[in-house]
Design a protein around this ligand. Structure first.
Ligand code: XIL
Length: 461
């Protein structure tokens, strides 16, 4: 339950109390020593996702379906905005080798030649996966399965030799949940844990120039599953098993939001000596909350030097694989959504709309816990205008799952359906001169979790 306590009742609590901890969360990469981040756009920046990413030494890709390439707006958006592709289904086992040792590369070749014609990077997806796997594979005994797996990897990689930037050699080999165990699959069940190592060794021999990735979902923050993948990668690096990159699918919605430790998680993998990539990004939602999540993901990648690129899992919402929601950057008519503007601005580009700073107006946020009791604490967010005056601001506050908010002040809150994401707008304190600041506050019932909520970046208007 959210109660808006009036400013007068609460104002006395703020100035008198010592600041316990002050820091900024959520969007990183532009942190200053004071713990403040800036999201101002730059004037002479690239005006497309791919161009802006390239200026940051990265790629920005999309999952592409061969059967849409003939659609004018689809191809035009792909060619204008993106500098990398991943075939959404066309390179999967059931698509290329539906019967044993008989290969059909037609649809995948279409995407590859389109991408090559536009000098786009290509991610190969995916060689060994329990899903979209033809039935004949599961029917094989261990010896045959081993040779079928190695033959599949070798033939597919050799067909595309020299054309693929990075391959998802093994996809989704770990279970969800708290166990960190391997997922049951024909490969796991018949060949044991060693199948992943064998797949990577075979892949290195088949195309020594492609980067070899392990790819998974629900590994985006630190949890039992990502810890298990981390342990595997660490072991591979220690023993010289060839692995170059880890892909983080990053399918998010209100039940599974962008984790607060997303950047830290990318960084710990990078610190093992592998590249990291965001491979299948989509985020259900709309408007500024969705834009803010996309911005955070983009800034996390930019803040990790070995994060080499981001791929969104589709172009317009209408072609998303997700059953519900509007998770992509373009609407059904290829209109650029606020999420698009936010990503472009975060990449340092401009031209896509205001997007949190492209129009010259910008703001920064910083957070401090100002008081703590036995069961709750007060948080204070300071909003400061950039070098131009602003007439409004929007900041999201994402609670930890146990937490609730019992009061807010100095702002006008609205809540998403999960009850965990508060979007705060001004309540009479939206007009700020250049460099001027205001603060809003809230009381969090900790319910055992005393971590700071995640404070999103500030969008100025
Ligand atoms: C999805 C495709 O987008 C759908 O078209 C298909 O029906 C099912 O697979 N993780 C992955 C991707 O690694 O290959 C999946 O793609 C989405 C989840």
């Amino acid at each position: 339950m959210v109660i808006d306590a009036c400013h007068e009742e609460r104002a006395d609590q703020r100035p008198r109390l010592p600041v316990r901890r002050a820091f900024t969360l959520g969007v990183v990469g532009l942190l200053t020593a004071a713990g403040v981040l800036t999201l101002a756009g730059t004037a002479s920046a690239a005006s497309t996702l791919g161009g802006a990413a390239a200026a940051k030494g990265r790629y920005f890709g999309a999952a592409v379906a061969a059967n849409h390439l003939g659609e004018g707006q689809y191809a035009a958006t792909l060619d204008t905005e993106f500098n990398a592709v991943t075939p959404e289904n066309e390179m999967k086992w059931e698509s290329v080798e539906s019967s044993r040792n008989s290969f059909n590369f037609g649809a995948a070749d279409q995407i590859v030649s389109h991408a090559q014609g536009k000098s786009m990077k290509i991610r190969g997806h995916t060689l060994v996966w329990h899903s979209q796997l033809p039935g004949w594979v599961g029917g094989l005994g261990a010896t045959d399965l081993r040779s079928a797996m190695n033959n599949h990897i070798t033939k597919v990689m050799q067909h595309y030799q020299g054309k693929i930037y990075a391959w998802d050699v093994v996809n989704e080999a770990f279970q969800d949940g708290g166990s960190g165990a391997r997922r049951s699959s024909p490969f796991q069940d018949k060949l044991g844990d060693g199948f992943i190592e064998e797949a990577f060794r075979t892949a290195r021999a088949a195309d020594p120039n492609a980067k070899l990735c392990y790819n998974d979902y629900n590994t985006d923050g630190q949890n039992a599953k990502s810890n298990a993948v981390y342990a595997m990668v660490k072991d591979f690096k220690a023993r010289g098993v060839p692995i170059d990159c880890v892909g983080f699918q990053s399918h998010f919605n209100s039940q599974s939001p962008v984790p607060g430790d997303y950047q830290q998680n990318l960084q710990r993998f990078a610190d093992l000596g592998v590249d990291v990539q965001i491979t299948e990004l989509d985020i259900e939602g709309s408007g500024s909350a969705q834009a803010d999540s996309y911005r955070r993901v983009t800034q996390a990648c930019l803040a990790v030097s070995r994060c080499t690129g981001i791929t969104v899992w589709g172009i317009p919402d209408k072609y998303s694989w997700r059953a519900s929601g509007t998770p992509l950057l373009f609407d059904d008519n290829y209109g650029k959504k606020p999420a698009y503007d936010a990503v472009l601005a975060a990449l340092g580009g401009s031209g896509g709309g205001d997007g949190g700073g492209g129009g010259g107006r910008s703001c920064t946020v910083s957070y401090a816990e100002t008081q703590r009791w036995g069961d709750r604490f007060n948080g204070q967010v300071t909003v400061r205008a950039g070098s131009s005056a602003i007439s409004g601001w929007t900041v999201t506050v994402t609670l930890r799952s146990a937490q609730t908010v019992s009061a807010t002040w100095n702002g006008s809150p609205s809540w998403d359906s999960s009850g965990k994401v508060m979007t705060m707008k001004p309540n009479g304190n939206g007009n700020l001169g250049a460099g001027a600041s205001t603060s809003f506050g809230f009381t969090v019932m900790a319910n055992g979790d005393w971590s700071a909520p995640t404070i999103g970046s500030c969008t100025a208007s």
